[in-house]
Write a protein that binds this ligand. Structure first.
Ligand code: ADP
Ligand code: ZN
Length: 622
């Protein structure tokens, strides 16, 4: 160990290979622990910087003669780019998966068996393949099996949303190679998943590193649905012109429709869902990773492992399942640390749909109860009038102060006392029930409350109800908000194909006036400041939004650097960010280095890249 740290202190590797000046958060502790052959379980939010936690130990241990590190990842489609990024940084890495030809695979195996390889990426099913096991045995006997990194470790848990049965077999690593340290990493934080990972991967002895789940550069905003497509378009046009982003929808159909519509509005939007042909999916993913300002419209099938650093926004047009999913999905924005936005539009139908999906699922009652609890927490977040981040973090067990970077902090919503309105609404449902036992949906209920004469009203004689027109003073939108709250809080249930409404037992307390309901005053289009960055709206389409503030000249240099980078990326068939991230280019443009030494000082410029590209960059900057 002492020899190890002396020869290649992790900090040297961070600076020399990756060009970053300092470790982030717990990275340093984790890296030191793994370099010293300790097992580790790392819980860090998406974008927190997990990769370096195993890549730096892998490099350090390789330099100390310990051989090859095996990185287990379920994300075959991304291995090519991950390995490409390491090779760009001067680290000898490779992957083995079904996309390689026999000849290519044989070459990788030779590199591995010689111990020259620093990191090998492989899918979990590869690990249990007898031929591969025999190769690892041989490396182990020669002391050249250095480290196992198990990425996306939550895939081993049946509780999680990404369970992969092949992950279960990974327990053999500990049994077969007890001397080889293992580091498991995940962004899934809940206790159940964590306990599962420890048990199934036999990590009882591992040190657990839990990072703060805060992502301070992400601004959270949740708006009420009111023509969601137009709201989305306005959000993108006003704040994210030319930015890359992800739009999540629940169904495949909605993905297709939304993508087509955004495209018709002149955006570079592509659909992605599990129903599309594999080749189409891969092509769209590649375009998202390789081109600028592509908006990916997707179901949750898209996103795990996508490490594109400059995703500037994640938008939800439908409510996710729970806060864990919301946090994972929104976490894909702003990995580079520059300002990014998580935006969601939600409405009454979302609440009803999510409730119904749980009710109608074939799962057991106990499981459904858990799901309902999780949905309630998400709804409370959506309806909250206080800091969103405080709520999110407290869900993950972290205490914090109002953040100043969410919609509620920036524009505190007005609240009103909805107790009286709630009682009117509940008693109206009660009257329907008394009056023939018939159930009705939200539209009719609100018509009756507001005293709007319709065919249905006449047909059922609802003008005669005591609740007729008692709510004429409130606009329809406000009534919807009241109903949404009452459904969110479980006082009203919406059932069946037509989402007809009925009272829950708990409605009694509200009717009696025992429960006070403070509601947000509905806002149609909350005014939001543009994210503090860039030089405002790009004047022409070949100018692009920079992740930091740039003056006129620097913006010009930034655009030129991007054009240069695009050529290089194309030559190497890699995504542009693998060559240099936007934040790095923007720093170059801003600082305008004149010499290689000055260039080397910029975060993200490692030794190998300086050597390969330094002269070219200085020329572009001239
Ligand atoms: P995760 O796997 O946890 O989602 P990544 O490992 O992809 O996150 O890292 C997220 C981003 O942060 C990457 O763009 C990476 O280059 C950057 N990063 C990680 N650690 C550092 C650091 N110490 N200094 C600067 N940038 C870092
Ligand atoms: Zn806040």
């Amino acid at each position: 160990m002492s020899q190890l740290t002396q020869k290649s202190p992790p900090l040297n590797i961070l600076q020399e290979v990756f060009g970053y000046p300092v470790f982030r958060g717990a990275q340093e502790q984790i890296v030191n622990h793994v370099c010293a052959s300790g097992d580790a379980l790392v819980l860090m939010p998406t974008g927190g910087g997990k990769s370096l936690c195993y890549q730096i130990p892998a490099i350090a241990r390789h330099r100390a003669g310990r051989g090859v590190s095996i990185v287990v990842s379920p994300l075959i489609a991304l291995m090519h780019d991950q390995v490409g990024a390491l090779e760009e940084a001067g680290v000898h890495a490779a992957f083995l998966n079904s996309s390689l030809s026999g000849e290519q695979a044989a070459h990788v195996e030779r590199e591995m068996m010689s111990g020259r390889l620093v990191m090998l990426y492989a899918a979990p099913e590869r690990i249990t393949n007898p031929r591969f096991l025999a190769q690892m045995d041989s490396l182990y006997e020669r002391g050249l099996l250095s480290l196992f990194a198990i990425d996306e470790a939550h895939c081993v848990s049946q509780w999680g949303h990404d369970f992969r049965s092949e992950y279960l077999a990974l327990s053999l690593l500990h049994e077969r190679y007890p001397e080889v340290p293992r580091i498991a990493l995940t962004a899934t934080a809940d206790d159940l998943t964590r306990a599962d990972i420890i048990e199934r991967l036999r990590l009882e002895e591992a040190q657990i590193f839990i990072s703060s789940f805060d992502r301070p550069n992400i601004r959270y905003a949740i708006v009420e649905k009111d023509k969601p497509r137009e709201q989305l378009l306005r959000f993108i046009r006003d704040e994210h012109e030319d930015d890359a982003g992800i739009v999540y929808c629940q169904s495949r159909k909605k993905v297709e429709e939304t993508a087509a519509w955004l495209e018709s509005e002149g955006l570079k939007a592509l659909p992605y869902h599990a129903g599309l042909d594999v080749a189409v999916r891969q092509r769209h993913q590649d375009r998202f990773l390789r081109e600028d300002s592509v908006v990916m419209v997707a179901t949750i099938a898209f996103g795990m492992g996508i490490d594109k650093p400059d995703v500037r926004f994640v938008a939800h047009l439908d409510l996710p399942k729970n806060i864990e999913s919301y946090y994972q999905e929104t976490g894909r924005a702003g990995r580079d640390g520059a300002p990014a936005e998580a935006w969601m539009a939600y409405g009454l139908a979302d609440v009803v749909n999510q409730r119904r999906m749980i009710d109608e699922s074939p799962a057991g009652e106990e499981f459904k109860k858990g799901q309902r609890g999780k949905l309630d927490a998400l709804l409370a977040l959506a309806e909250a009038t206080d800091c969103r981040r405080v709520r999110l973090l407290s869900y993950f067990g972290e205490a914090s102060q109002p953040c100043g970077n969410c919609d509620n902090c920036l524009h505190p919503p007005a609240t009103w006392d909805g107790t009286d309105a709630s009682r009117k609404l509940l008693s109206c449902i009660y009257r329907f029930h008394q009056n023939g036992g018939q159930r009705f949906g939200a539209g009719h209920l609100i018509d009756v409350l507001r005293g709007k004469v319709t065919d249905k009203v006449t047909q059922y004689g609802h003008q005669t109800l005591s609740t007729w027109a008692v709510g004429a003073d409130l606009p329809e939108q406000q009534w919807r908000a009241v109903l949404r709250q009452l459904i969110s809080l479980g006082h009203v249930v919406a059932e069946g194909e037509y989402m007809t409404l009925a009272l829950a037992d708990s409605a009694r307390a509200v009717l009696k006036g025992e429960v006070q309901l403070l509601l947000r005053v509905p806002t149609v289009a909350p005014k939001k400041g543009r994210l503090a960055r860039g030089s405002g709206k790009p004047a022409t389409s070949n100018r692009s939004a920079a992740p930091i503030e740039l003056d006129e000249d620097a913006q010009l240099r930034f655009d030129q650097l991007k054009a240069w980078r695009a050529e290089v990326a194309k030559e190497h068939s890699l995504p542009a960010y693998v060559i240099f991230q936007n934040v790095t280019l923007a720093e170059m443009a801003k600082q305008h280095p004149q010499t290689l030494d000055e260039l080397a000082q910029i975060s993200g410029v490692g030794a190998k890249k300086l050597e390969a590209y330094g002269e070219q960059i200085l020329r572009v900057l001239e």
